[in-house]
Design a protein. Structure first.
Length: 166
């Protein structure tokens, strides 16, 4: 099948009529409004990272999707964007990558190393100032070998990378 751009005149017709009955009887869920995640410290997992561009400026940007593991709001998502437009932005990005255990020689090596950022566990701080929400990476979380994951609403057997005794 050939992919076509929306709006092309020769878009192949797809017969969806066999789904009409199921569609008609499918319930519509009301939109769920979630209160914002309050400011504080959270333990998160890096679920997704993508190199993209900022919509308003077109500047390169590293977009992070973080899933809260503990202590509260488990399963909720937070986002952090590292826009690359100034020397200060690059410094923040380099710090964030270092906290995640990714130390690069050149920023141009980032695209080939994005997958190394996935499933990294972090302690982060969320702060809101006016309309702006900021996410700060505090430290990487390393689970000790006797821990198989998150239990009891909080990490057990967790040590921050900088607190490991050896």
């Amino acid at each position: 099948m050939t992919m076509r751009n929306p709006g092309e005149d020769d878009v192949p017709s797809v017969d969806l009529s066999r789904f009409d009955n199921e569609f008609e009887n499918a319930p519509v869920e009301e939109k769920k409004d979630f209160d914002p995640v309050p400011d504080g410290k959270y333990q998160v997992n890096v679920e997704k990272v993508e190199l993209t561009t900022a919509k308003t400026t077109g500047n390169p940007m590293l977009k992070w999707t973080l899933k809260i593991l503990a202590p509260h709001f488990r399963g909720r998502l937070l986002w952090r964007n590292n826009v690359m437009a100034s020397r200060e932005n690059i410094r923040w990005l380099k710090n964030d990558l270092h906290v995640c255990g990714l130390d690069l020689q050149k920023l141009s090596d980032l695209p080939a190393n994005l997958e190394k950022l996935l499933d990294v566990k972090l302690e982060i701080t969320k702060r809101t100032k006016g309309e702006n929400e900021n996410i700060y990476f505090n430290r990487r979380i390393v689970l000790d070998e006797s821990t198989s994951g998150v239990a009891g609403g909080d990490f057990q057997g967790v040590q921050a990378k900088d607190e490991i005794p050896f």
